[in-house]
Design a protein. Structure first.
Length: 585
C-alpha cells in the first residue's frame, strides 16, 4: 500500500472517529460551563445570568471522596531487593518531577466531567514523562472494546499545534512532507492555519463561553499548523503479524500531509516480549463504563439537566421578584388613537390600555413564584441521590432528627458508591505502571542517569546517589502493585486483627510472631530500611537476653553448688550510619 492510499485510509478513519465522538460535544460543553459557573442567557427560559452551583457542589464532593493519590510499588520478580528499592526511588523521582499528584487530580476531574480521560506516556530529553490528554484531543475507532484501549485498531491524537518553522527544522520529518507543506502554505501572511478553526470549534467554544474574546481568532506571531499523531495497527510482512505504526500528519484544508512514519517499537525501543508491537503509549478509564459505547456517561451528565432546570427556575424567580418590586400600573387611556406598545418593565411604570379594566387604575399583576422553592429542593435531592453526594457527605447536616447510626450508614453507603469509581481508577493506574515498566525497559539506552538524595539512618545527613536507570532491569522484570492509602490501611488493620487471633492460639510460633511484627511495622509506615534497622536491633536484644541466661555448667553443673562468677557477654554491634554514598542503598 503506497503513501497516498495510507493517507486516504487515515483520513477516513479520522472522520469516522470524529463522527463517533462529536455527539458528546454539546454535553461536554454544558458540563464544563456549568462547573465554571457560567450560563448562556436566552429570551425565553434563562433571562438572568444566575447559576445554581449544583454541578460544582456535586463534582467537588465526589472528588473529596476519591482525592487520595495512588500508591504504586514495583516488586522485582527476581527478588533482587537492591534493584527493587532503586527502581522505586526512580519512580518517586519521576513522580515528583512530573507533578503526578497534581496531574492525578486533573485526571479525576476530567473523568468526572466528561466520562473519559487519557494519560500519555513518553520519554523526552532523556527522562520519563507523562501528560493528561483532553478527551476532545483523542479520536478512537468505534469498534474498540471500552475495557481495553489496546484493542483499538486506530488511535489519533489531534490538537497538537506547532509552528511552521519548528516543523521545517525537525530532522525527523520527511523532506517530501515538508515540501508539500511549504507548497500548501505558499506565500500566505503570518497567520493561524485556517483549517484549525473548523476542526476545533467545539473545543474553543468552551473558552469562548468563559469570556475569551479571541478564542476563535487568537493573535499569533507565526503560522501554526495542526499536527495529528496517528497510531495504526498494520500488517508487517517481515514480522508476519500486526504491529503499531506511528504517523505524524499535518492537517490542512486540502487534506492530510504525511511527515513521519515509523513502527512504534522502533520509536520507543525494543523489549524482551515485543510489548510495543500491540500496545499504545496511552491509558484511559471511565467512571461508568459500558460495553456498547466507548464515550460513556459521566457523573456530570446526571447533574447537567437538573442544574439547567434549576437555573431556569431561579432565573424566573429572580425576574418575578424584580417585576413585583417595580410596582407598575395600568391606567385608562380612553383614546381611539391608542396604539399598543411593547411592554417595557420600568420602576413605577404606567401603561395605557384602550378601556377601563378597573374604572381607572389597575395594578400590573405579577404572580408570586416562591412556592417553586420546594420543587427546587426536590430536584436537588434527586440529583444528589443519583451521584451519591448527600448533604452529610457534602459537609452539611439535614434539618431533621436523625440518629448517629443513620448518619454513619448514609455516609458509608455514599462512600461505597463513590468507591466504585476506584475499581476503574486503580485498574488504569495498574496499566499505567505496567506501561511505565515497559517504557523504561525499552528506553533504557535513552534515559539519563538520575541523582537522588536521601537521609541517612540518623535522619540528619543527606547522601547523594546517582542511579543508572537502564541497569535496574533484571531478567523477569517487575510486578506492579497499586492501592489507595485508605484501602491499604483498612486491609492492614484487618490482617493485623487476624494475625492477633491466630497468635493467641500459637503464642510461641516464631515465624508467625515475625510476620506479625513485620505487619505492625508496615502499618505505621516505616520504610524497608527502617524496618530492617528495627528488626536487626530487636534480634540483637533477643540474642543478648539469651546470652545472659546462665547455663547449668555456669551454675556448677549440679544443684546446690555455688555458681562461679562469669564474664558478662558483650552486646552485639548495631549497624552504624553509612559514611559513604555507596552504603546508603
Amino acid at each position: 500500500m503506497n503513501q497516498e492510499e495510507n493517507i486516504i485510509i487515515i483520513n477516513n478513519e479520522k472522520d469516522s472517529a470524529m463522527n463517533y465522538r462529536e455527539r458528546r460535544h454539546d454535553d461536554w460543553n454544558d458540563n464544563y460551563t456549568l462547573y465554571r459557573d457560567k450560563v448562556i442567557t436566552n429570551r425565553l427560559t434563562q433571562r438572568q445570568t444566575v447559576n445554581v452551583p449544583l454541578m460544582k457542589y456535586g463534582m467537588l464532593t465526589i472528588l473529596k471522596e476519591i482525592n487520595e493519590s495512588p500508591l504504586i510499588y514495583f516488586d522485582n520478580k527476581d527478588n533482587n531487593k537492591t534493584n527493587e528499592i532503586l527502581f522505586n526511588e526512580v519512580f518517586d523521582y519521576y513522580s515528583s518531577k512530573t507533578k503526578m499528584n497534581i496531574k492525578d487530580r486533573m485526571d479525576k476531574k476530567q473523568c468526572i466531567l466528561y466520562g473519559r480521560t487519557f494519560k500519555k506516556l513518553n520519554i523526552v530529553d532523556g527522562e520519563f514523562t507523562f501528560e493528561i490528554v483532553d478527551p476532545q484531543d483523542m479520536l478512537i475507532e468505534r469498534h474498540v472494546d471500552p475495557a481495553m484501549l489496546d484493542s483499538a485498531r486506530t488511535i489519533i491524537q489531534i490538537g497538537i499545534f506547532r509552528t511552521l518553522t519548528d516543523i521545517l527544522n525537525n530532522e525527523d520529518y520527511s523532506n517530501r512532507g515538508k515540501d508539500l507543506l511549504k507548497a500548501y502554505v505558499g506565500d500566505m501572511p503570518i497567520q493561524e492555519e485556517e483549517s484549525n478553526f473548523s476542526r476545533f470549534v467545539d473545543k474553543q467554544k468552551r473558552m469562548s463561553d468563559m469570556g475569551l474574546t479571541d478564542a476563535y481568532d487568537p493573535v499569533v506571531g507565526e503560522t501554526y499548523i495542526e499536527l495529528n499523531e496517528v497510531y495504526r495497527k498494520e500488517y508487517d510482512k517481515k514480522l508476519e503479524q500486526n504491529i503499531i505504526q506511528v504517523y505524524v500528519v499535518a492537517s490542512t484544508d486540502s487534506g492530510l500531509i504525511e511527515l513521519y512514519k515509523k513502527p512504534l517499537h522502533e520509536v520507543i525501543g525494543a523489549t524482551e516480549d515485543n510489548y510495543w508491537y500491540d500496545h499504545f503509549p496511552y491509558t484511559s478509564w471511565a467512571t461508568d463504563i459500558e460495553r456498547t459505547d466507548f464515550w460513556s456517561d459521566s457523573p456530570a451528565d446526571i447533574v447537567r439537566q437538573p442544574n439547567k432546570l434549576l437555573n431556569a427556575w431561579i432565573s424566573q424567580l429572580s425576574e418575578n421578584r424584580t417585576l413585583r418590586n417595580l410596582n407598575m400600573h395600568y391606567y385608562n387611556a380612553s383614546n381611539s388613537q391608542f396604539v399598543p406598545q411593547t411592554f417595557q418593565p420600568v420602576a413605577w411604570g404606567w401603561y395605557p390600555v384602550p378601556g377601563n379594566p378597573n374604572e381607572l387604575i389597575k395594578d400590573v399583576q405579577v404572580p408570586d413564584l416562591s412556592e417553586s422553592l420546594d420543587e427546587m429542593q426536590f430536584v436537588i435531592n434527586i440529583a444528589e441521590k443519583a451521584i451519591a453526594t448527600s448533604g452529610t457527605t457534602g459537609g452539611t447536616i439535614e434539618d431533621r432528627q436523625v440518629t448517629l447510626g443513620e448518619v454513619q450508614l448514609a455516609v458509608a453507603n455514599a462512600k461505597a458508591r463513590t468507591r466504585d469509581i476506584s475499581l476503574f481508577y486503580n485498574e488504569d493506574w495498574k496499566e499505567f505502571g505496567e506501561k511505565y515498566v515497559k517504557m523504561i525497559e525499552a528506553g533504557k539506552d535513552k534515559l539519563d542517569p538520575i541523582v537522588v538524595y536521601k537521609k541517612g539512618r540518623n535522619g540528619k545527613k543527606l547522601y547523594r546517589k546517582e542511579i543508572e536507570v537502564g541497569k535496574l532491569f533484571t531478567k523477569s522484570g517487575y510486578d506492579v502493585d497499586v492501592k489507595i492509602a485508605s484501602e491499604r490501611q483498612e486491609q492492614a488493620i484487618e490482617t493485623i486483627n487476624k494475625l492477633q487471633a491466630v497468635k493467641s492460639i500459637m503464642p510461641n510460633n516464631k515465624p508467625l510472631n515475625d510476620i506479625y511484627e513485620q505487619r505492625l511495622l508496615e502499618f505505621i509506615g516505616l520504610t524497608s530500611e527502617e524496618m530492617r534497622d528495627v528488626i536487626d536491633y530487636q534480634k540483637s536484644l533477643e540474642e543478648l537476653s539469651k546470652a545472659e541466661v546462665p547455663t547449668p555448667e555456669e551454675l556448677g553443673g549440679t544443684m546446690g553448688m555455688t555458681p562461679q562468677p562469669t564474664t558478662r557477654p558483650q552486646a552485639p554491634v548495631i549497624p552504624q550510619v553509612p559514611t559513604s554514598p555507596e552504603g546508603m542503598m
